[in-house]
Design a protein around this ligand. Structure first.
Ligand SMILES: [Zn+2]
Length: 296
């Protein structure tokens, strides 16, 4: 049986009858529906269709939107973060039944978290099929590339993020120099032999929590595979991205939605705040699992 992403992509090919979209879906199928296009693949498509990378990304947006999970809104948003490497990282909005509204993921957050976990060092362009909401403008202002980040929409291209967010408040206002996407290393030790716990501790070590120091990471066990997610804070606090969302998003964009999650480990540094209650709530509602919690 086809999963919802594959069904969405198949329907899109039938509706659009567009050669580029058909070939994109063939490419995704060949890579197990992993929603990333390496720089060499991007160049190949750009040459074949005589498009710039941004023009190509705009054409890919309906494909990215097929990765959305929208049981509440049925409103699918697709985004593509173009890394400084030239690779494309797809993202899409996600909503979780029986969890709170605050647990939802926006498409721009999805694409950015995807790129971060894939090891990209900076985002050069954000391409999205609807104008970014205020929450996402603030989320993107935390990036190490915020000053030069360009936003491209179907109706308007080549605008700086700061055109959408004038007189912005960001990490520099709070004297944070090492910002989101700069290398993070807060080494936490784990002496045991459980690879899932090790992965969660490692994810916490690379998380971004300059405001609360509540570094955290989540690791999901999917069969033999481990998928991690990292916590990422924001100067304005509320667009902060939680580690289980980060992991579930990465699972989805790796084309692994059919693989059952068997265990969830969360590792978190002791601090004045905690993401544990919200993470427990989402793990229960979405995965039907209790969290194994490691306090660092
Ligand atoms: Zn948004």
């Amino acid at each position: 049986m086809k999963n919802t992403i594959i069904k969405g992509l198949t329907d899109l090919v039938e509706q659009k009858r567009d050669n580029l979209i058909r070939q994109m879906v063939v490419q995704l199928e060949a890579q197990g529906y992993k929603a990333v296009l390496e720089q060499a693949t991007v160049q190949q498509f750009c040459r074949q269709f005589a498009l710039s990378p941004v023009e190509f990304a705009l054409r890919c947006l309906p494909v990215a939107a097929c990765y959305a999970l929208t049981p509440i809104s049925q409103f699918n948003v697709g985004a593509i973060a173009i890394g400084q490497s030239g690779s494309f990282y797809f993202g899409a909005n996600q909503e979780f039944v029986a969890a709170s509204m605050q647990q939802t993921v926006h498409a721009e957050q999805s694409a950015i978290s995807h790129a971060w976990l894939a090891g990209e060092k900076a985002i050069a362009h954000m391409v999205v099929n609807y104008t970014p909401c205020g929450h996402c403008r603030q989320f993107m202002n935390e990036l190490n590339s915020a000053e030069r980040l360009k936003i491209h929409l179907p109706h308007s291209q080549n605008n700086l993020l700061h055109n959408y967010l004038p007189d912005a408040f960001g990490p520099k206002d709070l004297n944070i120099q090492n910002v989101f996407f700069d290398g993070q290393s807060h080494p936490f030790n784990y002496q045991g032999h459980d690879p899932l716990i090790r992965a969660a501790v490692e994810a916490a070590s690379q998380s971004y929590a300059p405001y609360s120091q509540a570094f955290s990471g989540v690791a999901l066990q999917l069969g033999e595979l481990i998928i991690c997610g990292r916590y990422a804070e924001n100067a304005a606090f509320n667009p902060t991205f939680l580690p289980l969302q980060s992991a579930l998003n990465y699972q989805r964009l790796q084309g692994l939605i059919d693989v059952k999650v068997r265990r969830v480990v969360m590792a978190e540094a002791k601090a004045d705040l905690t993401s544990l209650p919200m993470t427990q709530s989402l793990a229960g509602a979405h995965l039907g699992l209790d969290i194994e919690y490691i306090s660092l």
